[in-house]
Design a protein around this ligand. Structure first.
Ligand SMILES: *Cc1c(COP(=O)(O)O)cnc(C)c1O
Ligand SMILES: [Zn+2]
Length: 413
Protein backbone atom coordinates (compact mmCIF):
# COMPACT_ATOMS: atom_id res chain seq x y z
CA UNK A 1 0.00 0.00 0.00
CA UNK A 2 2.17 2.80 -1.31
CA UNK A 3 -0.36 5.51 -0.47
CA UNK A 4 -0.43 4.75 3.30
CA UNK A 5 2.60 6.07 5.20
CA UNK A 6 1.92 5.22 8.84
CA UNK A 7 -0.41 5.41 11.82
CA UNK A 8 0.40 8.60 13.77
CA UNK A 9 -0.47 9.12 17.42
CA UNK A 10 -2.64 12.22 17.82
CA UNK A 11 -1.30 12.69 21.36
CA UNK A 12 2.49 12.12 21.25
CA UNK A 13 3.12 12.18 17.51
CA UNK A 14 4.86 8.79 17.40
CA UNK A 15 4.53 7.02 14.05
CA UNK A 16 3.73 3.34 13.87
CA UNK A 17 3.45 0.86 11.04
CA UNK A 18 -0.14 0.72 9.78
CA UNK A 19 -0.63 -3.03 10.21
CA UNK A 20 -4.21 -4.36 9.86
CA UNK A 21 -4.73 -4.94 13.59
CA UNK A 22 -3.10 -1.74 14.86
CA UNK A 23 -5.02 -0.24 17.81
CA UNK A 24 -3.87 2.62 20.08
CA UNK A 25 -0.38 4.08 20.53
CA UNK A 26 1.91 1.56 22.29
CA UNK A 27 3.86 4.49 23.78
CA UNK A 28 1.12 6.62 25.32
CA UNK A 29 -2.25 4.96 24.64
CA UNK A 30 -3.31 7.81 22.35
CA UNK A 31 -5.58 7.38 19.35
CA UNK A 32 -3.87 6.79 16.03
CA UNK A 33 -4.58 8.50 12.72
CA UNK A 34 -3.79 7.01 9.32
CA UNK A 35 -1.35 9.17 7.35
CA UNK A 36 -1.35 9.21 3.54
CA UNK A 37 1.01 10.23 0.78
CA UNK A 38 -1.16 12.76 -1.02
CA UNK A 39 1.31 13.43 -3.82
CA UNK A 40 1.18 9.71 -4.61
CA UNK A 41 -2.64 9.68 -4.42
CA UNK A 42 -2.78 12.66 -6.80
CA UNK A 43 -0.75 10.71 -9.35
CA UNK A 44 -3.05 7.69 -9.03
CA UNK A 45 -6.41 9.44 -9.33
CA UNK A 46 -7.84 12.59 -10.87
CA UNK A 47 -11.30 14.05 -10.32
CA UNK A 48 -12.16 13.17 -13.92
CA UNK A 49 -11.16 9.52 -13.47
CA UNK A 50 -13.10 9.33 -10.24
CA UNK A 51 -16.34 10.69 -11.70
CA UNK A 52 -16.21 8.09 -14.52
CA UNK A 53 -16.20 5.18 -12.10
CA UNK A 54 -19.02 2.66 -12.14
CA UNK A 55 -18.45 1.40 -8.58
CA UNK A 56 -21.33 3.02 -6.66
CA UNK A 57 -20.20 2.31 -3.10
CA UNK A 58 -17.64 3.65 -0.64
CA UNK A 59 -14.98 1.58 -2.41
CA UNK A 60 -15.03 3.94 -5.40
CA UNK A 61 -12.64 6.02 -3.24
CA UNK A 62 -10.13 3.21 -2.69
CA UNK A 63 -7.14 5.47 -3.45
CA UNK A 64 -8.09 7.46 -0.32
CA UNK A 65 -8.65 4.35 1.80
CA UNK A 66 -6.21 2.14 3.71
CA UNK A 67 -6.86 -0.90 1.53
CA UNK A 68 -4.95 -2.57 -1.28
CA UNK A 69 -6.03 -1.64 -4.80
CA UNK A 70 -7.27 -5.14 -5.51
CA UNK A 71 -8.51 -5.64 -1.99
CA UNK A 72 -11.06 -8.20 -0.93
CA UNK A 73 -13.88 -5.77 -0.33
CA UNK A 74 -16.86 -6.74 1.83
CA UNK A 75 -20.02 -7.83 0.06
CA UNK A 76 -22.72 -5.42 1.18
CA UNK A 77 -23.17 -2.25 -0.85
CA UNK A 78 -22.21 0.47 1.61
CA UNK A 79 -22.21 4.15 0.73
CA UNK A 80 -23.18 6.25 -2.29
CA UNK A 81 -26.20 7.44 -0.36
CA UNK A 82 -28.37 10.16 -1.91
CA UNK A 83 -27.78 13.88 -1.38
CA UNK A 84 -31.11 15.69 -1.66
CA UNK A 85 -31.49 19.42 -2.23
CA UNK A 86 -34.08 20.21 0.44
CA UNK A 87 -35.62 23.50 -0.67
CA UNK A 88 -38.84 23.28 1.31
CA UNK A 89 -37.03 22.31 4.48
CA UNK A 90 -34.51 25.11 3.88
CA UNK A 91 -37.37 27.58 3.68
CA UNK A 92 -38.92 26.25 6.91
CA UNK A 93 -35.60 26.50 8.71
CA UNK A 94 -34.84 29.92 7.22
CA UNK A 95 -31.57 29.03 5.51
CA UNK A 96 -30.61 29.74 1.91
CA UNK A 97 -29.33 26.35 0.77
CA UNK A 98 -29.76 23.01 2.47
CA UNK A 99 -28.85 19.49 1.37
CA UNK A 100 -29.78 16.32 3.20
CA UNK A 101 -27.37 13.41 2.93
CA UNK A 102 -29.49 10.38 3.82
CA UNK A 103 -27.08 7.83 5.24
CA UNK A 104 -29.98 5.88 6.70
CA UNK A 105 -30.27 4.07 3.35
CA UNK A 106 -27.13 2.03 4.00
CA UNK A 107 -27.56 -1.78 4.17
CA UNK A 108 -28.10 -1.91 7.93
CA UNK A 109 -29.63 1.59 7.91
CA UNK A 110 -26.97 3.80 9.47
CA UNK A 111 -23.75 5.60 8.66
CA UNK A 112 -21.95 3.05 10.85
CA UNK A 113 -21.92 0.69 7.85
CA UNK A 114 -19.07 2.74 6.42
CA UNK A 115 -16.92 1.97 9.46
CA UNK A 116 -18.01 -1.65 9.78
CA UNK A 117 -17.32 -2.44 6.13
CA UNK A 118 -13.81 -1.11 6.68
CA UNK A 119 -13.46 -3.19 9.87
CA UNK A 120 -14.42 -6.32 7.95
CA UNK A 121 -11.90 -5.50 5.19
CA UNK A 122 -9.14 -5.06 7.79
CA UNK A 123 -10.15 -8.18 9.75
CA UNK A 124 -9.67 -10.10 6.51
CA UNK A 125 -6.16 -8.64 6.09
CA UNK A 126 -5.41 -9.47 9.73
CA UNK A 127 -6.46 -13.08 9.17
CA UNK A 128 -9.08 -12.91 11.92
CA UNK A 129 -12.19 -15.09 12.03
CA UNK A 130 -14.09 -13.29 14.79
CA UNK A 131 -14.85 -9.57 15.20
CA UNK A 132 -16.19 -7.90 18.34
CA UNK A 133 -17.39 -4.49 19.44
CA UNK A 134 -19.43 -2.62 21.96
CA UNK A 135 -21.90 -0.10 20.70
CA UNK A 136 -24.91 2.01 21.52
CA UNK A 137 -26.63 -0.06 18.80
CA UNK A 138 -25.81 0.97 15.24
CA UNK A 139 -22.13 0.05 15.22
CA UNK A 140 -23.29 -3.31 16.54
CA UNK A 141 -25.95 -3.93 13.91
CA UNK A 142 -23.70 -2.73 11.10
CA UNK A 143 -20.83 -4.93 12.24
CA UNK A 144 -23.14 -7.92 12.59
CA UNK A 145 -24.56 -7.40 9.08
CA UNK A 146 -21.32 -6.66 7.27
CA UNK A 147 -19.56 -9.53 9.08
CA UNK A 148 -22.39 -11.95 8.30
CA UNK A 149 -22.14 -11.10 4.59
CA UNK A 150 -18.42 -11.88 4.69
CA UNK A 151 -18.71 -15.04 6.81
CA UNK A 152 -17.27 -13.83 10.12
CA UNK A 153 -18.44 -14.61 13.65
CA UNK A 154 -19.29 -11.63 15.85
CA UNK A 155 -19.53 -10.97 19.59
CA UNK A 156 -21.47 -7.82 20.29
CA UNK A 157 -21.93 -5.89 23.53
CA UNK A 158 -24.81 -3.41 23.78
CA UNK A 159 -26.25 -1.49 26.72
CA UNK A 160 -29.60 -2.83 27.83
CA UNK A 161 -31.34 0.37 26.67
CA UNK A 162 -30.55 -0.28 22.96
CA UNK A 163 -33.81 0.00 20.97
CA UNK A 164 -35.52 -3.24 19.90
CA UNK A 165 -35.11 -2.50 16.19
CA UNK A 166 -31.34 -2.52 16.54
CA UNK A 167 -31.26 -5.59 18.79
CA UNK A 168 -33.49 -7.46 16.33
CA UNK A 169 -31.00 -6.70 13.56
CA UNK A 170 -28.24 -8.25 15.65
CA UNK A 171 -30.20 -11.41 16.25
CA UNK A 172 -31.16 -11.75 12.58
CA UNK A 173 -27.54 -11.31 11.49
CA UNK A 174 -26.54 -14.15 13.83
CA UNK A 175 -24.32 -12.25 16.26
CA UNK A 176 -23.69 -13.49 19.79
CA UNK A 177 -25.25 -10.58 21.64
CA UNK A 178 -24.42 -9.61 25.20
CA UNK A 179 -26.96 -7.09 26.51
CA UNK A 180 -25.21 -5.38 29.43
CA UNK A 181 -27.19 -4.13 32.40
CA UNK A 182 -25.41 -0.79 32.69
CA UNK A 183 -24.39 2.32 30.78
CA UNK A 184 -22.55 2.45 27.47
CA UNK A 185 -19.39 3.09 29.53
CA UNK A 186 -19.91 -0.18 31.45
CA UNK A 187 -20.63 -1.99 28.19
CA UNK A 188 -17.48 -0.66 26.57
CA UNK A 189 -15.31 -1.72 29.51
CA UNK A 190 -16.63 -5.28 29.53
CA UNK A 191 -16.15 -5.63 25.76
CA UNK A 192 -12.57 -4.35 26.01
CA UNK A 193 -11.79 -6.99 28.65
CA UNK A 194 -13.38 -9.76 26.61
CA UNK A 195 -11.58 -8.69 23.42
CA UNK A 196 -8.27 -8.82 25.33
CA UNK A 197 -9.02 -12.21 26.74
CA UNK A 198 -10.11 -13.92 23.51
CA UNK A 199 -8.06 -11.95 20.98
CA UNK A 200 -10.94 -11.05 18.67
CA UNK A 201 -10.54 -8.43 15.95
CA UNK A 202 -11.48 -5.13 17.63
CA UNK A 203 -14.11 -2.92 16.01
CA UNK A 204 -14.39 -0.56 18.94
CA UNK A 205 -14.77 3.08 18.06
CA UNK A 206 -11.57 5.10 18.51
CA UNK A 207 -9.52 2.02 19.35
CA UNK A 208 -9.40 0.90 15.74
CA UNK A 209 -8.13 3.84 13.64
CA UNK A 210 -9.45 2.37 10.39
CA UNK A 211 -13.11 2.92 11.31
CA UNK A 212 -12.83 6.65 10.82
CA UNK A 213 -11.27 6.04 7.41
CA UNK A 214 -14.46 4.26 6.42
CA UNK A 215 -16.65 7.00 7.83
CA UNK A 216 -14.80 9.72 5.96
CA UNK A 217 -16.19 8.39 2.68
CA UNK A 218 -19.40 10.29 3.49
CA UNK A 219 -17.48 13.53 2.88
CA UNK A 220 -15.87 12.22 -0.30
CA UNK A 221 -19.36 11.46 -1.61
CA UNK A 222 -20.78 14.83 -0.59
CA UNK A 223 -17.96 16.56 -2.47
CA UNK A 224 -18.42 14.48 -5.59
CA UNK A 225 -22.21 14.86 -5.50
CA UNK A 226 -21.79 18.65 -5.29
CA UNK A 227 -19.34 18.64 -8.18
CA UNK A 228 -16.59 19.56 -5.69
CA UNK A 229 -18.23 22.93 -4.89
CA UNK A 230 -18.21 22.74 -1.12
CA UNK A 231 -20.93 24.14 1.16
CA UNK A 232 -20.24 26.60 3.98
CA UNK A 233 -21.14 24.05 6.67
CA UNK A 234 -21.53 20.32 7.24
CA UNK A 235 -23.76 19.41 10.20
CA UNK A 236 -23.69 16.07 12.03
CA UNK A 237 -24.76 14.60 15.35
CA UNK A 238 -21.99 13.65 17.75
CA UNK A 239 -21.69 10.85 20.32
CA UNK A 240 -18.29 9.17 20.57
CA UNK A 241 -16.94 11.71 18.12
CA UNK A 242 -15.70 9.29 15.45
CA UNK A 243 -18.24 10.33 12.84
CA UNK A 244 -17.49 14.05 12.96
CA UNK A 245 -13.76 13.30 13.03
CA UNK A 246 -14.25 11.10 9.97
CA UNK A 247 -16.20 13.81 8.18
CA UNK A 248 -13.34 16.23 8.80
CA UNK A 249 -10.67 13.72 7.73
CA UNK A 250 -12.48 13.19 4.43
CA UNK A 251 -12.69 16.92 3.80
CA UNK A 252 -9.03 17.42 4.60
CA UNK A 253 -8.02 14.50 2.36
CA UNK A 254 -9.83 16.10 -0.56
CA UNK A 255 -8.22 19.44 0.17
CA UNK A 256 -4.71 17.93 0.44
CA UNK A 257 -5.20 16.06 -2.82
CA UNK A 258 -6.35 19.25 -4.55
CA UNK A 259 -9.89 17.97 -5.23
CA UNK A 260 -11.54 20.87 -3.39
CA UNK A 261 -10.29 24.39 -2.83
CA UNK A 262 -12.04 25.28 0.40
CA UNK A 263 -12.98 23.50 3.61
CA UNK A 264 -16.50 23.75 5.08
CA UNK A 265 -16.95 24.47 8.78
CA UNK A 266 -18.40 21.73 10.94
CA UNK A 267 -21.61 22.05 12.94
CA UNK A 268 -21.27 19.65 15.88
CA UNK A 269 -24.68 18.83 17.29
CA UNK A 270 -25.26 17.07 20.62
CA UNK A 271 -28.28 16.56 22.87
CA UNK A 272 -28.79 19.11 25.64
CA UNK A 273 -28.95 16.13 28.04
CA UNK A 274 -25.50 14.88 27.02
CA UNK A 275 -22.93 17.18 25.38
CA UNK A 276 -19.45 16.53 26.81
CA UNK A 277 -17.65 17.07 23.48
CA UNK A 278 -19.38 20.35 22.68
CA UNK A 279 -18.76 21.62 26.20
CA UNK A 280 -15.05 20.81 26.03
CA UNK A 281 -14.69 22.31 22.54
CA UNK A 282 -16.54 25.50 23.42
CA UNK A 283 -14.88 26.19 26.74
CA UNK A 284 -11.46 24.85 25.75
CA UNK A 285 -11.35 22.68 28.87
CA UNK A 286 -10.50 19.00 29.26
CA UNK A 287 -13.36 16.61 28.66
CA UNK A 288 -15.52 15.85 31.70
CA UNK A 289 -17.96 12.93 31.69
CA UNK A 290 -21.68 13.75 31.58
CA UNK A 291 -24.91 11.91 32.22
CA UNK A 292 -26.56 10.15 29.27
CA UNK A 293 -29.86 11.93 29.34
CA UNK A 294 -31.51 11.89 25.90
CA UNK A 295 -33.88 9.81 23.77
CA UNK A 296 -31.24 9.88 21.00
CA UNK A 297 -29.66 6.62 22.15
CA UNK A 298 -26.93 6.57 19.48
CA UNK A 299 -25.43 9.79 20.80
CA UNK A 300 -26.12 9.23 24.50
CA UNK A 301 -22.41 8.93 25.20
CA UNK A 302 -21.36 10.35 28.56
CA UNK A 303 -17.73 9.25 28.23
CA UNK A 304 -16.85 9.71 24.55
CA UNK A 305 -14.21 7.44 23.07
CA UNK A 306 -12.83 9.87 20.55
CA UNK A 307 -12.91 13.34 22.07
CA UNK A 308 -9.37 14.25 20.92
CA UNK A 309 -10.03 13.93 17.22
CA UNK A 310 -13.58 15.27 17.45
CA UNK A 311 -12.61 18.39 19.36
CA UNK A 312 -9.67 19.14 17.08
CA UNK A 313 -11.94 18.67 14.06
CA UNK A 314 -14.43 21.21 15.44
CA UNK A 315 -11.71 23.71 16.35
CA UNK A 316 -9.62 23.26 13.19
CA UNK A 317 -12.66 23.81 11.00
CA UNK A 318 -13.54 26.93 12.98
CA UNK A 319 -16.81 25.13 13.60
CA UNK A 320 -20.01 25.69 15.51
CA UNK A 321 -21.27 23.70 18.51
CA UNK A 322 -24.96 23.52 19.32
CA UNK A 323 -27.23 21.45 21.57
CA UNK A 324 -30.84 20.44 20.99
CA UNK A 325 -33.49 19.18 23.39
CA UNK A 326 -35.37 15.91 22.96
CA UNK A 327 -38.43 17.96 21.87
CA UNK A 328 -36.38 19.64 19.16
CA UNK A 329 -35.12 16.23 18.04
CA UNK A 330 -38.67 14.87 17.81
CA UNK A 331 -39.72 18.00 15.90
CA UNK A 332 -36.86 17.48 13.44
CA UNK A 333 -38.05 13.89 12.86
CA UNK A 334 -41.45 15.26 11.80
CA UNK A 335 -39.96 18.08 9.78
CA UNK A 336 -37.61 15.85 7.77
CA UNK A 337 -40.37 13.33 7.22
CA UNK A 338 -42.91 15.90 6.11
CA UNK A 339 -40.74 18.10 3.92
CA UNK A 340 -38.25 15.57 2.52
CA UNK A 341 -39.75 12.10 2.90
CA UNK A 342 -36.67 11.20 4.93
CA UNK A 343 -37.27 9.10 8.06
CA UNK A 344 -34.48 9.39 10.60
CA UNK A 345 -34.00 7.94 14.06
CA UNK A 346 -33.56 10.53 16.85
CA UNK A 347 -29.75 10.68 16.61
CA UNK A 348 -30.15 10.51 12.85
CA UNK A 349 -31.99 13.83 12.67
CA UNK A 350 -30.11 15.56 15.49
CA UNK A 351 -27.77 17.23 13.00
CA UNK A 352 -30.72 18.76 11.17
CA UNK A 353 -32.31 19.85 14.46
CA UNK A 354 -28.99 21.54 15.17
CA UNK A 355 -29.00 23.43 11.86
CA UNK A 356 -32.44 24.84 12.72
CA UNK A 357 -31.27 25.79 16.20
CA UNK A 358 -28.04 27.33 14.90
CA UNK A 359 -30.05 29.56 12.55
CA UNK A 360 -32.43 30.54 15.36
CA UNK A 361 -29.54 31.42 17.65
CA UNK A 362 -27.75 33.35 14.92
CA UNK A 363 -24.75 31.01 15.09
CA UNK A 364 -24.70 30.67 11.30
CA UNK A 365 -25.73 33.29 8.71
CA UNK A 366 -29.07 32.80 6.99
CA UNK A 367 -27.49 32.98 3.54
CA UNK A 368 -25.27 29.95 4.24
CA UNK A 369 -25.21 26.67 2.38
CA UNK A 370 -25.36 23.60 4.62
CA UNK A 371 -25.16 19.85 4.17
CA UNK A 372 -26.88 18.01 7.00
CA UNK A 373 -26.09 14.32 7.35
CA UNK A 374 -28.95 12.07 8.49
CA UNK A 375 -27.00 9.30 10.16
CA UNK A 376 -29.57 6.58 10.87
CA UNK A 377 -33.00 5.36 9.75
CA UNK A 378 -36.15 5.90 11.79
CA UNK A 379 -37.39 2.31 11.55
CA UNK A 380 -34.67 1.36 14.02
CA UNK A 381 -36.57 3.09 16.81
CA UNK A 382 -40.30 3.12 16.08
CA UNK A 383 -41.28 3.95 19.66
CA UNK A 384 -39.68 7.35 19.39
CA UNK A 385 -41.10 7.83 15.89
CA UNK A 386 -44.62 7.33 17.25
CA UNK A 387 -43.73 9.71 20.07
CA UNK A 388 -42.72 12.28 17.45
CA UNK A 389 -45.64 11.85 15.11
CA UNK A 390 -48.55 10.62 17.22
CA UNK A 391 -51.26 8.05 16.51
CA UNK A 392 -53.47 7.67 13.38
CA UNK A 393 -57.25 8.10 13.28
CA UNK A 394 -58.66 4.90 14.85
CA UNK A 395 -62.20 3.99 13.66
CA UNK A 396 -64.34 0.98 12.76
CA UNK A 397 -64.85 0.47 8.98
CA UNK A 398 -67.87 2.83 8.56
CA UNK A 399 -68.25 5.89 6.36
CA UNK A 400 -70.36 7.85 8.86
CA UNK A 401 -67.64 7.42 11.47
CA UNK A 402 -65.02 8.50 8.95
CA UNK A 403 -67.05 11.65 8.23
CA UNK A 404 -67.36 12.30 11.95
CA UNK A 405 -63.63 11.85 12.47
CA UNK A 406 -62.85 14.17 9.55
CA UNK A 407 -65.25 16.77 10.93
CA UNK A 408 -63.21 16.77 14.13
CA UNK A 409 -59.73 16.64 12.62
CA UNK A 410 -60.23 18.75 9.48
CA UNK A 411 -60.26 16.10 6.72
CA UNK A 412 -60.98 16.66 3.00
CA UNK A 413 -63.47 19.44 2.13
C1 LIG B 1 -23.01 6.49 16.08
C2 LIG B 1 -24.02 7.43 15.61
C3 LIG B 1 -23.83 8.82 15.66
C4 LIG B 1 -22.63 9.48 16.24
O1 LIG B 1 -21.38 9.00 15.82
P1 LIG B 1 -20.17 9.05 16.84
O2 LIG B 1 -19.03 8.51 16.09
O3 LIG B 1 -20.55 8.17 17.99
O4 LIG B 1 -20.01 10.45 17.25
C5 LIG B 1 -24.84 9.61 15.18
N1 LIG B 1 -25.98 9.11 14.68
C6 LIG B 1 -26.18 7.79 14.60
C7 LIG B 1 -27.48 7.29 14.03
C8 LIG B 1 -25.22 6.90 15.06
O5 LIG B 1 -25.46 5.60 15.00
ZN1 LIG C 1 1.37 8.20 21.52
Amino acid sequence: MKHVISAVCVRCGAEHEAVPNVTTCPKCGGILDIKYDYSYIKKQLTKEQLTQRKEYSMWRYREFLPVAEEGNYPKLRVGWSPLYKADRLAEKIGIKTLYIKDDGINPTASMKDRASAMAVAKAYEAGADTIACSSTGNAASSLAGNAAAAGYKTFIFVPERAPKGKVSQLMIFGATVISVQGTYEDTFRLSAEAIDRWGWYNRNAAINPYLMEGKKTVSLEIAEQLDFQMPDYVAISVGDGCSIAGVWKGLKDLYEAGFIDRLPKLISVQASGCYPINRAARTNTPLEPMEENTIADSIAVGVPRNPDKAISAILESNGVTVEVSDEEILAAMRLLGRTCGVFGEPAGVTGTAGVKKAVELGLIPKDSSVVSIVTGNGLKDVNNAIKAAGEPIHIPPQMDLLLEAFAKSGGPQ
